[in-house]
Design a protein around this ligand. Sequence first.
Ligand SMILES: O=C(O)c1ccccc1NCC(=O)[C@H](O)[C@H](O)COP(=O)(O)O
Length: 389
Amino acid sequence: MEASVVCAHLRIRVQDPLLSTLRRRIPLSDYRCLRFKSSRRSCYTPFIRAQQPEAMKNSNVDSEEMKELGSGNPIDDIRMKQGITIRRRPTTGPPQHHVGPFEFRLENEGNKPQNILEEIVWNKDVEVSKMKEKKPLLKLKKDMDNALPPRDFIGALKDSYVRTGMPALIAEVKKASPSRGVLREDFDPIEIARAYEKGGASCLSVLTDQKFFQGSFENLEAIRSAGVKCPLLCKEFIIDAWQIYYARTKGADAILLISSVLPDADIKYMSKICKLLGMAALVEVHNEREMDRVLAIDGIQLIGINNRNLETFEVDISNTRKLLEGERGEIIFQKDIIVVGESALFTPADIAYVQESGVRAVLVGESIVKQQNPTEAITGLFGKDISKI
Ligand SMILES: O=C(O)c1ccccc1NCC(=O)[C@H](O)[C@H](O)COP(=O)(O)O
């Protein structure tokens, strides 16, 4: 096997039998950090991370499926078969690294994110690895004993829908987003959460990603500790089961699983963890293929249809209608799955449109967080005061 790097205009080619040996044992997509020092003069240090991928580690990958695929890199094959374009991490290692005074840049498209969602996921992978080092799962599980108890997220949505006859509101506490920039300069998460609750929100969604959304786990914890009664969705980019336990220690009642990022095996495994912890999993889809994958998984109770394409940022609320038409809508009805219409909802007409399409809940950020008075903004969005119904 051969790898090439560029070092101060000098191309160095490295051949090492160790790489081929490892290649047979570790899927290429999971390579991050391999050090080999064949001689003191060698100045190339390729990166391989010898960590088992989630889908395999959790041993939920169907062994028949693995046999059938049977190529050199089962995880990439499974991703491709499921239509997942978002790669978990750079395929050729981080964009650059340093050895002594030298800076190396691998010459490969594999270390450039293809879109913002991939960039978020790659960043999250590094972030979570560091957090896990600081607090391994065993320590985290101990912290869970002190966590405030989980509340019934799905129950709150159902109760509200039955009571009001309108989609239940999951109101989003979000300071900024990659597509819209800063939404609110004077951002006080507790004040906003209380205003949403007063306006009739059933549940809240709290952004915890710092780098791209200016959110934090401190915000989540503070809202929970402030006595806000609405159950809380931890709006995070979950790529590792460890994050679910972490979210629980911070008071989350639900988490988000994005199907364009996670293979089926991870969605199954992570949903099971949620159930064990008394939490809900909101499984997000954006197209027919993702919807079909998720509908084929047993036990899914809550599906979010995102009207925003997270790779291009295009929004189109007719996406909700498209994914609920025909047989898919029938299956959802039979399985009593709650569907949440997500993103780009601004007016009572938008709410009526997604309700007629079949949603029983909506997730709304921008249109209410931007308003000076978020309580009144909810009334404006629904065309009536839903807190009084
Ligand atoms: O909104 C983004 O820019 C974004 C980029 C990358 C990943 C996720 C992103 N947003 C998540 C959401 O879809 C929204 O926060 C949520 O559905 C609320 O949408 P909105 O009411 O339009 O604020």
